[in-house]
Design a protein around this ligand. Structure first.
Ligand SMILES: Nc1ncnc2c1ncn2[C@@H]1O[C@H](COP(=O)(O)OP(=O)(O)OP(=O)(O)O)[C@@H](O)[C@H]1O
Ligand SMILES: [Mg+2]
Length: 294
């Protein structure tokens, strides 16, 4: 089966700053990839490349076999801070993507019954049907974030990109939305990229955990260790669906967290690029033996 997302030999530079270094990633439909890594390792940059908002300096990013040249309906994104329009109701915010694709964004009186029904169904899914006529400022942060999720999901994007979507929420709301997202993911058969700073969240939610980090050793060329930019230093398959939070109390879960902290977050622990912990069966590296001195 063709992978839904294929990233090969991707490098990204801003000026002379190398942000991503040789990213290789193949993802099948239905995978829930969580992404962790130190601040500045290039997580948001990677999402922007997948979104097609930016292009790699070299290498290829393909969605279902076609280059990701521009953002389109195959990918939706949810940011940490809800991106709602304050002067539109919740319902109008959720319908916005539909209205835009009809070229009616300029028209405040534009109404489409089918879109409205779809948006109401989406709001019911995120348990916000009662708030349809409210404005964003009348909702709590968690509710606004649910609207943002509904806004992305109504377009049924095959790939849903989420950049720390629950980062600004209190722990209870966060736990609630985690469960909810897993339900939606199963129901809509989404493929998800979920960036988070919360290691527990990453290990709990995903079917696959990617560790992106600038801490590794790579003896290609003359730049020895530092300044090369983030790489996928570990790629862990996770148990299919964590239906219960009980798993968080198991030794295996705690060990995984310790391991990921070491692999990705310890500036002293520099695995050689050939020794990365790439256990996921779809993992691969385009680097050639000949590129190494050792
Ligand atoms: N448009 C840009 N121009 C120049 N440098 C940039 C640009 N975007 C990102 N960078 C740099 O690239 C690096 C990676 O940024 P990115 O936002 O991808 O990191 P991140 O892993 O998402 O970090 P955080 O966890 O803090 O969100 C940073 O050093 C940042 O300063
Ligand atoms: Mg970021």
């Amino acid at each position: 089966m063709q992978p839904l997302l294929q990233i090969e030999d991707v490098y990204k530079q801003y000026g002379d700053k190398q942000v991503l270094d040789n990213i290789d990633l193949s993802v099948r439909k239905g995978e829930f990839c969580t992404v962790v890594g130190p601040s500045g390792c290039g997580k948001s940059t990677l999402l922007r490349l997948i979104l097609g908002q930016e292009q790699p300096t070299s290498g290829k990013v393909e969605i279902a076999g076609a280059p990701a040249l521009l953002p389109d309906l195959s990918r939706g994104i949810v940011y940490q801070r809800y991106s709602l329009f304050p002067n539109r109701t919740v319902l109008d915010n959720v319908m916005l993507g539909k209205t835009l694709t009809q070229g009616q964004w300029w028209n405040p009186w534009y109404r489409n019954k089918a879109h409205e029904e779809e948006a109401m169904a989406m709001l019911a899914q995120v348990r916000l049907a009662d708030a349809a006529r409210k404005y964003p400022h009348e909702l709590s942060g968690g509710m606004q974030q649910r609207v943002a999720i509904a806004q992305a999901l109504i377009m049924k994007p095959p790939i849903l990109l989420m950049d720390e979507p629950f980062g600004a929420l209190d722990p209870d709301t966060r736990a609630d939305l985690q469960v909810h997202l897993l339900e939606l993911w199963e129901k809509e058969q989404l493929t998800v990229f979920f960036v988070t700073h919360d290691m527990h969240e990453a290990c709990l939610l995903g079917t696959r955990l990617l560790v992106l980090s600038q801490y590794y050793s790579d003896d290609r060329g003359d730049r020895h260790f530092a300044g090369r930019g983030g790489k996928i230093v570990a790629d862990h398959p996770l148990p299919k669906v964590a239906t219960s939070r009980e798993v968080m109390h198991t030794d295996a879960f705690k060990e995984l967290i310790e391991q990921v902290k070491q692999e990705g977050f310890d500036p002293e622990y520099l695995q050689h690029v050939k020794d990365f912990n790439l256990k996921h069966p779809d993992s691969f590296q385009t680097l050639l033996d000949a590129e190494y001195r050792r």
